[in-house]
Design a protein around this ligand. Structure first.
Ligand code: URA
Length: 285
């Protein structure tokens, strides 16, 4: 009986950490692949912050297994980069990218975000990079992860219908996400994951040079605008995006995420109002 209980607990653990589907006939030890892909890390400076937040370490531990008390966290050789190293590495790679092609290659080569190890694909962008509107979602979902393109699942189909409502399609918008890798089980991305990838997002905006940015959903709006205000208060209002590099300020119109609209169809009324605000502004560009 206790065996069955243990098996059920183990299955629940797998579901909780995002192992919610079989992607191949044979199991793959992604932790070993990730360790091989990650560059060797320098020894930690005396007194430096721990390589990883304790919460992150906790979240990877199976239930019922606690860490030995007072054991210092010693980074394993080839372990994923710590948060500040990851951010610095992303910034250097992002700055060095002189074109979207180079930026995409830099994102694909980046090993500082642990989400990469569990994702099937890097999802960079879709649509027209010369378009005046840049839509920014949160992170790829299951369909996007499989196909390597943003917004191709149910929320993408709704997004296409919303765009069509104001005469737009993927040839007249450019679409990307804050994160290029799917969080396991579609969980919310952590602040550390977002911070590690943010320099790529900022460079992405600089290289595209959109006339308007439309963040889709709260994570995207809060990240791009560096605010904590909820999306229901920000949606439909104009804000300014000012890049860290001090470049050109871009008008930003946050909107509700299509996945939220699928769960809350009554909110489509507000989404339609926001689309009309966007259409009106487009006429002045
Ligand atoms: N949700 C997002 O935020 N982005 C996608 O690409 C798909 C779903």
């Amino acid at each position: 009986m206790s065996d069955v209980y243990d098996i059920l607990e183990a299955l629940r653990w797998h579901l909780d950490v995002g192992c919610d589907e079989a992607v191949a006939d044979e199991p793959t030890d992604w932790t070993r692949l990730a360790a091989r892909a990650a560059p060797a890390r320098p020894p930690a400076a005396p007194g430096a912050a721990p390589a990883r937040p304790a919460r992150d370490a906790e979240s990877r531990r199976p239930p019922g297994r606690s860490e030995a008390p007072n054991r210092p966290e010693v980074p394993e050789a080839g372990a994923p980069l710590g948060a500040s190293e990851a951010g610095a590495s992303a910034r250097a790679r992002a700055r060095a990218a002189a074109s979207l092609e180079e930026l995409e290659a830099a994102v694909r080569a980046f090993d500082g975000c642990p989400l990469k190890a569990t994702a099937m694909n890097t999802v960079f962008a879709d649509g027209n990079p010369k378009a005046r509107i840049m839509l920014v979602g949160e992170a790829p979902g299951e369909d996007e992860d499989r196909q390597g393109k943003p917004f191709v699942g149910a929320s993408g189909r709704l997004l296409d219908r919303m765009l069509a409502g104001i005469g737009l399609d993927r040839s007249t918008v450019y679409i990307t996400n804050i994160l290029p890798w799917r969080p396991p089980g579609n969980r919310n991305p952590t602040a550390a994951e977002i911070a590690a990838c943010l320099p790529f997002m900022e460079r992405h905006v600089e290289l595209v040079g959109p006339g308007i940015i439309v963040p889709l959903g709260g994570t995207s709006a809060k990240t791009l605008l560096n605010r904590t205000t909820g999306i229901t208060r920000m949606r439909g209002q104009w804000f300014d995006y000012t890049p860290e590099s001090g470049g050109r300020t871009v008008p930003v119109l946050p909107m509700l995420h299509p996945a939220y609209l699928l769960r809350n169809p009554a909110a489509k009324r507000e989404a339609w109002r926001d689309l009309l605000v966007l259409r009106e502004r487009l006429q002045t560009l």
